[in-house]
Ligand binder design. Structure first.
Ligand code: V47
Length: 409
């Protein structure tokens, strides 16, 4: 008897399903055919099957806080609304004291990860970043520091005159735990030329991650889509990440980043559609057979779309976030915070098993497959809107089942 998946699948996609089931690698041509098809339901079903077979039914989230330490940036990328020149009225740079104050307050709220990135500041010396990491580590010793994109790492190498390996080793010594995936944009030179001409090349971005992996520093990978890229360039980006992962193996999650045009030089572009969001997640899951985690970053996708993407191959929704500037300066209207309760609701309602993780995907809290009796799903954004998201807000420790039962009682 044919399964539902087999029934919805167009006959010429059968060989792809068979490859997925046999654990065989899909080709770029197959990826392109899927990406350019508008048959969303079978594409989702195919990606969901790949996710189920390769990664299981848990959906991960973490209790994290983003700290964008400065938006002052020596280069100008046309897709970016965050970076500002040194004298711009909206340019800012937190002092180490201010960063430590935020970190200490967030640590008291149960945050396990600080995601810290910023612009390429023209004046701060490399020692400032080392001092900043040491100070945050001293204030929040239990928290994992996931900091600085590959582009920032190359900037540090330039301003310090140190080889990249030395930059990474010194940051690691100062407390760096892993690297986020930003700055990749789209690898194709044609697109980089249009959207981020002054930025380093794909080869340089990949080299930084390769070097980080060789030093035992895990990292993530991203792709910015929904602007001027062509489907072939999305596929090229994914294949280059897959090759890099074959070589160095240190990528944890792939995070597709939907372009937000407001307040950028590309504000005349419409940004991605919902169809594109879901097709990119699904094709990433299918092509990236060596990435266990496909993360739907709810800040840029919206919590609702991130929830739907769980049926299209995603198995991570990022974290609580709390304070985000890169997307909100580009017009994002998503909340700043999703509480653990909201993330749990989102995952349970999608029929999946929530797991709170640390940055390295160790599970900190396992949750049951189904919510406790009487659990009322929270509308995404509800609790966040009502909560005090400032660091001085009420303590918000990760929930356990016992906590949930107490809430219900
Ligand atoms: O590198 C900047 C992108 C990235 C815009 O590794 C924009 O866990 C859309 O990398 N519209 C930073 N995107 C964010 C990032 C990230 C986010 C969440 C988790 C992780 C992780 C990494 O945001 C930048 C750039 O690619 N970006 N401006 C914009 N207007």
């Amino acid at each position: 008897m044919a399964t539902v998946l087999e029934r919805v699948l167009p006959p010429d996609w059968r060989p792809v399903l068979e490859k997925v089931r046999r654990g065989e690698r899909l080709s770029g041509e197959e990826g392109l055919r899927l990406l350019t098809s508008n048959r969303l339901t079978p594409l989702g079903a195919l990606a969901d099957e790949a996710r189920r077979l390769r990664a299981g039914d848990q959906v991960y989230f973490n209790n994290n806080a983003h700290i964008n330490y400065s938006n002052v940036c020596a280069i100008h990328c046309r897709f970016c609304a965050f970076g500002k020149s040194r004298n711009h009225p909206e340019g800012y740079a937190y002092s180490i004291g201010q960063i430590v104050e935020k970190a200490a307050a967030y640590a008291r709220l149960g945050v396990t990860e600080f995601h810290m990135v910023g612009g390429l500041h023209p004046d701060l010396p490399f020692d400032w970043y080392l001092d900043m990491l040491r100070a945050v580590k001293a204030a929040a010793p239990e928290a994992h520091l996931k900091c600085f994109t590959a582009i920032e790492m190359l900037h540090f190498s330039k301003i310090s005159g140190l080889p990249l390996e030395e930059v990474l080793s010194r940051l690691k010594e100062a407390g760096l735990g892993s690297m986020p995936g930003g700055g990749a944009e789209i690898f194709a030179p044609r697109v980089r030329n249009i959207i981020c001409k002054p930025k380093e090349t794909a080869e340089e971005w990949l080299w930084v991650h390769d070097t980080a992996h060789s030093l035992g520093i895990k990292s993530n990978a991203t792709m910015l889509y929904g602007h001027v890229e062509r489907p072939e360039e999305i596929i090229d980006h994914l294949l280059r990440l897959r090759e890099q992962q074959d070589r160095s193996g240190g990528f944890q999650a792939f995070i597709p980043l939907a372009f937000h045009p407001a307040n950028t030089d590309l504000s005349d572009l419409p940004g991605p559609t919902g169809y594109l969001d879901l097709r990119v997640v699904a094709v990433a899951r299918l092509l990236l057979d060596n990435f266990r985690f496909i993360k739907s970053y709810w800040v840029m996708m919206s919590p609702r779309m991130a929830q739907i993407s769980l049926a299209f191959g995603a198995n991570d929704v990022d974290g609580t976030v709390r304070e985000e500037k890169i997307y909100h300066m580009a017009g994002a209207v998503t909340p700043q915070l999703q509480t653990p309760e909201e993330l749990l609701s989102l995952i349970w309602e999608a029929g999946r098993i929530p797991a709170e993780r640390d940055t390295l995907y160790n599970v900190i809290h396992e949750y049951p497959a189904r919510p406790p009796e009487g659990w009322r799903p929270l509308l995404v954004g509800d609790a966040a809107a009502a909560a005090d998201v400032a660091p001085s807000g009420p303590p918000s420790v990760p929930l356990t089942l016992t906590d949930l039962e107490e809430v219900e009682a």
